[in-house]
Design a protein around this ligand. Sequence first.
Ligand code: SDX
Length: 423
Amino acid sequence: MEGNIKLTYQDKSYEFPLVKGSQDEYGIDIKQLRAKTGLITLDPGYKNTGSCQSDITFLDGEKGILRYRGYDIEDLAQNASFIEVAYLLIFGEMPSAQILKDLESKIHDDSYVDEDLKSILKSFPKSAHPMGVLASLTSGLIAFNPSSVDVNSEDEMFEAIVLLLAKFPILCAWTHRKVKGLPLNYANTSLNYIENVAHMMFKKPHQEYTPNPIVINALNKLLILHADHEQNCSTSTVRIVGSSHAGLFASISAGISALWGPLHGGANQAVIEMLEAIKIDGGDTAKYMEKAKDKNDPFRLMGFGHRVYKNFDPRARIIKKAADEVLNDLGIKDPVLDIAKNLEEQALSDPYFIERKLYPNVDFYSGIIYRAMGIPTEMFTVMFALGRLPGWIAQWREMRLLNEPIGRPRQIYTGATSRKIDK
Ligand code: SDX
């Protein structure tokens, strides 16, 4: 502990310990607040509330720093594979070549799902949003893998984690195949993790599939950049559902539903829809900047702003550069990229955005790359979920290994006081 803070209430003085993190962040440990003072705290949206201590991901919102287990995101995006980063996030260290080989072999062995899951998929209308389909299929996976539910030992957790790392990409690929009206296919054990994602998503039934290195590189980078982000909305959902011991798959299914929201992971879809609307409306970005600033207009500049980053989201910088490279390498000219850059340029010199420290976030440019790969807009958040899977798993595992108590916040009641039914 790092000293105490004093609280005075009704002429009594109370002391609460300070907690210091490895990056010199401080928090007030209020575990005894209600027992000592009868008071609770009130913090809608948890803007000032830490839910846990964690060793997994560090963000510095003021400096625009993001690190997974101490490694800078720039370093990982440039020099690591997604499956290496997944192992790092979940188990804390970069895997040796042998560990990586064993993990990929286990994943290959488990890269199939019960054929009955296809009938769950087939029961959805083609118009179903892929995030709703994915959340249902992930929940459905429990029925075919009951051993993954009641896991308590590290070995049992490891087995459930490998099952999910192996099967989740199939479910994501199948939601894509459903949208595109393509037959469902499986991984090819001669390909690596990312190549298999592309293979399962893009292979045409009448052609051999050769992974395009530009697409594979971009996918690898995008999934790494989305892999974890400390206690965001969907990760907090995974942790609180997991704290009831509902099991890993059920916790991840809940996280998928939280990520779906346009204020969270659904923003990548909302960004492209916004950019398309601006393009159709003649590309008048100034008009939409004014709408974003108008309190009477519900329009927000999607892909802008962040609860933690009050500086550039480091992921947005990397994705913006990758968008230029991928479109150039694929020989694609996408006018919405120019519209996005124009909006960014205006926002960075606009007092409304500067005062509120609103910068492009991870969702602002990512959809432009997914679009260039031929991924439909409504699939963008599924790609976010595929990237975020290892982070969700890591956070769930940390919470379970720490044996954290079931999450159950308090409230301040403001409703009717005691009253009787008039008979
Ligand atoms: C993700 O938490 C994470 O780490 C999430 C994530 C991850 O990796 O898990 O990073 C992924 O979810 C990124 C965020 C994607 N969402 C969007 O791009 C949607 C658009 N952004 C906003 O809805 C908003 O910025 C949030 C939701 C991201 C953050 O909201 P906050 O922290 O609750 O901030 P706020 O709504 O209180 O806004 C503060 C001020 C307000 O103005 P005032 O009332 O002070 O005058 O900024 C304004 C807001 O109106 N504002 C915006 C704006 N975002 C905030 N105004 C116009 N356009 C915007 N995008």
